[in-house]
Design a protein around this ligand. Sequence first.
Ligand code: MOS
Length: 740
Amino acid sequence: MNPQAIGKPLTRIDGRAKVTGAARYAAEFNQPNQAYAVIVSSTIGLGRITGIDPAAEHLPGVLAIISHLNAPRLPYNPHKGGIDPSYGERLHVLQDDQVRFYGQPVALVVADTLVRAERAAAALRITYDAQHPIVGPRDKQAKPIAPEADGRLEADNVRGDPEAALASAAVAVDITSDIARQNHHPMEPHATIAAWDGDRLTLWSKSQFVANEQEEIAAVFGMAPENVQVICPFVGGAFGTSLRTWPHVTLAALAARQVGRPVKLALTRRQMSFTTGHRPRTLQRMALGATRDGRLTSIIHEGTGETSRYEQFIESLTSGTDFMYSCPNVRTRYRLVPLDTGTPTYMRGPGEASGMYALETALDELAYKLGIDPIELRRRNEPRIDESTNRPFSSRSLMACYDIGAERFGWAKRTPEPQSMRDGRLLIGMGTATATYPAMQFPASARARLLADGTAEIESAASDMGPGTYTSMTQVAADTLGIPVGRVRFSLGNSDFPPAPPHGGSQTMAAVGSAIRAACLAVQDLLVERAAANPRSPAHNMGKEALEWVDGHLRRKGGAASGQSYAEIVGAAGGVPVEATVSVARDPEIDNKYSMHAFGAVFVEVSVDPDVGIARVRRALGAYGAGRIVNPRLARSQCLGGMIGGIGMALMEHTSLDARDGRPVNAHMAEYLLPVNLDIPDLDVLFVDEVDPHVNPLGVKGLGEVSLVGMAPAIANAVFHATGRRIHELPIRIEHLLGV
Ligand code: MOS
């Protein structure tokens, strides 16, 4: 029997290519006669360009200096790619003299070498008429607005009478929180190499969504999408920053057309702080009311996120609150504050990561007020259905996550009193929090091709930013076809392949996996037809119902013979490969019938040094109920990454803006703090054996986001347990903890 691949902890199929350098990332697809472009970023936060001194044009090697003064007017045809904000219009680069935010591209220098392009960019003199930008949501001139209705998220949800219930609650907490702006800062910077061949444009470009990049660039330049090809086989981390197609891709293509040579454009680390989206800073209020025995009677969640003046970026900040706990009176309200900044974007666990921080730290505070164990408090408020929609959960293993997590973590050893646990000088705290993220599935397509040698080629314009898409999809194809993984070759990251949805929102396994499964089943059907049409085949003239596939062989149903292999069927018809391309969308009935989410319980132990106010995570454990785990090794690895992202969010990450001009003052890795090896303690990941028969045929929910959500509140709750100090600002910093 062919061994099952799904569920096996296979190592990465692309691991060897990655560690040997054979894997090629966008900036490594160097082209003959390639020139180099460098973006000149605005040094004011708001205003207009009054002049550009052309002297730099005469510096050695300079091929072009492109600005609004000489750039061609680009069509910028309407295009919204699903990941683009529904309301507003994307930034048009080099089309006018307006500066909307600090760091906006205002000119592009193209030269024959990178050094010469950089030198000319540094020498370029630009004058401005500067105004004072509003860059902080707490600025007196910053005005919150209700987001335009766009059908994806509702700004306000209410059931019952939460105000009255809060006023009459036996016990209540009412907290506000402020979570810093963060940038994604993956290892690989954004980069694009653009090459024109007549009317055809090829882009080797870092992207989590090549199908969208193709359409977006086609719209910007007014071209037919089939004349644009986007290639991106490897992504060196992204976390959401490569979902949208940002202006540098347009600039690379523009430069290449202008100088008539292929052009490489890579962003600097600094530029990645202001031109490629960020997790919006959020201000939140969370009020909870409860009975003395810990039943929630009121939840009020008011969340505000920052956005740009030209687009309304919305995320699911308050969505988790709507359904997480059983409560008759709930109101959630979402607002935006437009600022003079670039548009924010999705960043790992978008919405839930920030919103669940507010809910889970408030719940922890309520647990102390009530004198009830935080896990027990959650148990008492565990809903039987999604009370915001009155739909059953397709599956919900939250309490199972708490059970196995608490057991393995040793929660019982925790003494409930704040400041009651010590290790020598250090204050020790343990905290817990709930994680959740929706189990999404956008339409996706894939192609399966069986070759005469019995191997299979699978193609989909999906991405692999690190979770192991190459490997997990190969496992799905191998099992569906009943052949060893070594006989499957899966290719992704090319817009010529059948389109796939954004590699984001934790849906790649569900969406692309379902498409690959369907494509493999479809190609099997075609092979049945081939065999049935062949007079020399044992399946000649037989219908599909009378036949079955066993271990990659077609045989009479229940028959004893081993049947015909793929190679035999394809070979018998002259060896012409057989292929099927299939598109799969989730049955809308399922969406209407069930509330579908992944859940998790996170446990953290911190130490706080009372003399210097430094909090460190000593160990952490995440227990997740996320449906079927296709590859436990890679799933664990993905969760470790998410948990580390949560440590960054809680204790380090903060893009700090100068209030005078919106300049990020820590736009470099020396001062944008991220967890490094020494910050990463003992991490543990557990999966609940969750069977979800509804969510999709593979029964998978996704892990990328849920593994970050919950970490930051668990850490903050542990810091409170260690110190007795409730910090409502992220990241938690030394100044918050001095004098504990
Ligand atoms: Mo992730 S924000 O869904 O790329």
